[in-house]
Design a protein around this ligand. Structure first.
Ligand SMILES: [Zn+2]
Length: 169
């Protein structure tokens, strides 16, 4: 999402080559340069004792009606680990403990003008009761081989789950 107005003086921004020749929103009045950086999302591949993975059916776009891992954007006042646990609790009602870092994925969709970085942790469900919450309309556990990879909202989640399948047979 491109800002339209200068955050310093309110003048309309223009796309110009900035200091390093990258095209950036620049204020022609005061010279302010807006640096756009990808937001960071965090989430979990969370399993219960039988090895099944918790997935959420998304109730909001992007990906409404498709499945995803519990994940969402970091708040400004939390760590990436806290964000992963909070998003899981909000979307599934489940409390998780994080194990290892599962992976980091970046994405850029030129057509949709969206980009981001997704950090996923392997996690274990240690409490709570599964129920849908923010952004989700259903919570369900799937064995790794049961996950319908063609019904996932995001290619990053598919790549993470494909690797999970290969290593958790
Ligand atoms: Zn300005």
């Amino acid at each position: 999402m491109q800002p339209k107005f200068c955050p310093e003086c309110g003048h309309a921004l223009e796309m110009r080559p900035a200091d390093d020749q990258h095209l950036r929103p620049v204020c022609p009045a005061c010279g302010w340069v807006v640096y756009l950086n990808p937001p960071i999302a965090a989430g979990v591949i969370a399993t219960r004792a039988d090895g099944k993975i918790v997935m959420v059916l998304r109730g909001e776009n992007p990906g409404k009606g498709l499945w995803g891992l519990p994940a969402g954007f970091m708040e400004i006042d939390e760590t990436v680990e806290q964000a992963a646990q909070r998003e899981c609790l909000e979307e599934t009602g489940l409390v998780v403990e994080l194990d290892e870092l599962w992976g980091v994925w970046s994405y850029y969709h030129a057509r949709k003008q969206t980009s981001g970085v997704l950090v996923l942790y392997a996690a274990r469900v240690v409490g709570g009761e599964p129920h849908p919450g923010s952004d989700s309309v259903a919570v369900q556990f799937f064995a790794p081989e049961e996950v319908a990879l063609d019904q996932l909202a995001f290619s990053t989640h598919r790549e993470a789950l494909e690797r999970w399948r290969r290593t958790h047979q």
